[in-house]
Design a protein around this ligand. Sequence first.
Ligand code: CA
Length: 237
Amino acid sequence: MSNNKYKVLIIEDDAVTRGSVSSLLLSSGYQVLEAENATLGKMLLSSHLPDLLILDLGLPDADGNDLIGFVRKKSAMPIVVLSSRTGEADKIRALDLGANDYVTKPYNPGEFMARVRASLRSGRRNAQEDELPGGSFTLHDLSIDYGRRRVTVGGRDIRLTQTEYNILSLLSEHAGKVLTYTTIIRAIWGVIDSGSTKKLQVNMVNIRKKCGKSPENEEYITNQPGVGYCMASDTAF
Ligand code: CA
């Protein structure tokens, strides 16, 4: 499948950033739509139904976070936030509202495009989810068989506790999307208490140790300190 099937909307008031992101996407074969404010952005969202939204938070006529909520009411369209707000609380808020990923300015073009591709894949998987009950997940030599609750790396069985398996499968179902600590804790334990984050971190250390790294020496699961975790997504199309 060629990249140029994908239509990307950029909502960003800074003309320089908008132009550079636009050029980057165009040079990778994507179709690009641009909006310099939230009002125009909303119009383009409904008239063009883009495949992915790249969203600035500090917009002249709205806060970008309101747009995340606006999109999520109707659609699972992947959203990558591109913001100069670097605080953990800002990232957590946007991710919990439903953004797939959060990139801070100034951005690294190569890494940014990898995250765009990962978010597109995550969106495509969401669209297919209903058709593929049970099923499996594969990333490099890591495999998860959801029906059997079985995890292998390079064909070798990985022994995980129930909790470790539940966390790993949750992250894999949202591969390419950063899940905040709060989201994971709510999904796994239901309730949050003072020891929850520590408990999650201990489980994550064990999961990452047991699964190891990919043959290319990449982490299967990356940690955004203070924010959350993300299962990598195969970026090859
Ligand atoms: Ca701005």
